[in-house]
Design a protein around this ligand. Sequence first.
Ligand code: F6P
Length: 504
Amino acid sequence: MAGEAFARQLLDHATRLSGTRIPDLVAADPGRAQAMALRVGPVYASFARQRIDPPALAMLEGLAARAGLASALRALVDGADVNGSERRPALHTALRSGIGRGRAARDAHAQALAARTRMAELVASLRGSGVSDIVNVGIGGSDLGPRLVVDALKDFGDGRFRLHFISNVDGSEVQHVLRGLDPARTAAILVSKSFGTWETLLNGALVRDWLGGGERLYAVSANVPAAEAFGVAPERVLPMWDWVGGRYSLWSAVGFAIALAVGMQGFEALLAGAAEMDVHAVEAPLEANLPVRHALVAVWNRNALGLPTQAVLPYDQRLAQLPAYLQQLVMESLGKSVRSDARAPDLATVPVVWGGAGTCAQHSFFQALHQGTDTVPADFIGVVRPAHAYAGNHAALLANLLAQAEALGNGHAAEDPQKAHPGNRPSTLFLLDALTPHSLGALLAMYEHSVYAQSVLWGINAFDQWGVELGKRIAGELLPSLRGEGAAGDPVTRTLIDEIRARS
Ligand code: F6P
């Protein structure tokens, strides 16, 4: 959608609100804290400290309605070809429920259920084996989701397996992970939708050879013949499909490591949480729809306020990997400067997503959030009930979470300008009742739907990633020059290769 009219309306409201600060918005409306909050199951979100008022929000909701956002959300789950450049649907929702009505969605759901049954059998057989350690080899969406969820849910497993992850082509990661593991008690899962990813094939070959063959080698891939040719027995290859994007795939057999860590029951609870959010995203009216509200606020911050980055600040150490996970989800999905109809977008698109876990991040980059020249909107994520008995620590954690959002929004006047906090720095504050498979599934699905909603508003394809191809191709072409076979074409690269070769 977008278009000049969209841009003009955004700017009109931004101009109208330019002299209004977040504390003014809060003071002007005693009901704002309640009115600007939404809850879906275990996920509560307060937008009260965003620099937006009800008329601006209503304008955005009107634009979203005219952009056909509600039917676009329905089209996503029903299996329309929302990935236009690759002419395919993006049916990650079919991995967690039968919400989709179309034939493609029904078939996808049936395939997902069959794969899940096979995955449960493999989980059971591994649990009954002498294997103690699992190494997940994959990168991007074949790594970040399982890595995040396994880390976040470590209180839920029975500790039957130790989980390890190898993603980087840097051999030191393989070396560090394999060091100390016993190949006779280790199983590896090679996760690659394409089974053509350089990093995963190189690392996978090292791990396969270290294991001494394919006996404890598993794979998850949409390219089953390639996995089998690599030495994985067909009965140990779990399927993936071209209708799931890598960064949306943790709900499929890509989550095998998750199921090994938290059991099938935990994995199913994760899916159920996501499914609850799917129903809400598709059925709730735009003005009461959490992922839609999150997306509209993201568009407002990016386009009306012109803020180029977005911080993700989980106040729970178990969610420390969330910023890295969301970097891929948001930036690979929305990092586009061409619309689906091949026109240039009318508005700026993706923000730079970054962040870190509180309270550690407070002692690192929060200085810049409070007093830097750029305003960085933040998503704070807190957890009400901890999974430990250290009540004093948890109270301190929550106090810090609430204090930071308050300080960023309200600021602080001081006679000494060095000590003044300008405030007016927007944030959304999420509270999960507890960090469980269910609540985590709901939170991650919330972000998925928000990303898709943003893509609809900007008119871009959230499900392709052509921008990662060029560098991959050039890297392949440079290998011979690095070995001293011929010179690189680019003069700067040529000089750098000479430097490398002179010192290696
Ligand atoms: O970085 C590009 C990318 O294609 C991601 O989208 C994907 O998650 C990752 O590489 C890994 O791809 P595969 O699962 O095919 O190995």
